[in-house]
Design a binder for this molecule. Structure first.
Ligand SMILES: Cc1cc2nc3c(=O)[nH]c(=O)nc-3n(C[C@H](O)[C@H](O)[C@H](O)COP(=O)(O)O)c2cc1C
Length: 192
């Protein structure tokens, strides 16, 4: 078998595993479970998006790995929120939002903020951002922002937020991020 044949066989195997070979003939149906599993190979960091409910003054928040930088000028960040989120309708009314970039030791923070119902913040250490929004203590960095736009996208909303203030957290060389990969939590190994 030549290298070309091998590559062809490999592509055929991939195509039969993950979808149709010819995009024009694909019917567009992707099984959600397989979609999630495959996209899980894209390793991400994890953030806490927090704010407070102006009606009660209580902190609200959720964990998100869909966070990304969007624009440098103007400074914008983005993340996606499921329409099923019960925290987002409260969070989006918060006068300010804060993004806490979670560190390697903050898996418990992620798990708590990802839990549905109950007091997500009980037992978690919070502080105030420079602009007065609740943030998660011990994070690697914090970003004060406010919602700039929300775009409907399937079963999620793409939220674009204007960055208002940057606050560094742990800037030591030992600081490491919380990494989410294939449904599990891990860390980052710096090159030797
Ligand atoms: C690692 C991880 C990443 C997550 N990323 C997102 C995300 O990007 N967008 C989202 O809507 N929910 C995400 N979730 C789920 C939310 O954190 C949370 O579970 C969901 O909003 C339900 O809680 P709620 O009803 O209080 O909003 C993630 C959960 C985990 C554990």
């Amino acid at each position: 078998m030549s290298n070309g044949d091998r590559a062809g066989a490999h592509h055929t195997a991939i195509a039969s595993t993950y979808g149709a070979r010819d995009p024009a003939r694909a019917d567009g149906h992707i099984d959600p479970r397989r979609f999630r599993d495959l996209l899980g190979h894209f390793a991400t960091g994890v953030v806490a998006v927090t704010g407070y409910d102006p009606a009660t003054g209580r902190p609200v928040g959720l964990a998100a790995n869909s966070f990304t930088s969007v624009s440098l000028d103007p400074p914008l960040v983005g993340f996606c929120v499921a329409h099923t989120s019960s925290s987002w309708p409260l969070l989006r009314r918060s006068p300010g939002l804060a993004v806490s970039i979670l560190g390697a030791g903050q898996e418990h923070v992620c798990r708590r903020l990802a839990a549905k119902g109950g007091d997500k913040f009980a037992g978690l250490e919070t502080a105030w951002s420079p602009l007065g929004t609740p943030i998660m203590s011990g994070a690697l960095a914090w970003i004060d922002c406010r919602v700039d736009a929300e775009h409907r996208a399937g079963d999620h909303a793409i939220v674009v937020a204007r960055v208002l203030r940057l606050t560094p957290g742990d800037t030591t060389p030992e600081a490491a991020p919380l990494v989410f990969y294939r449904g599990a939590y891990g860390g980052f190994l710096p090159p030797a």
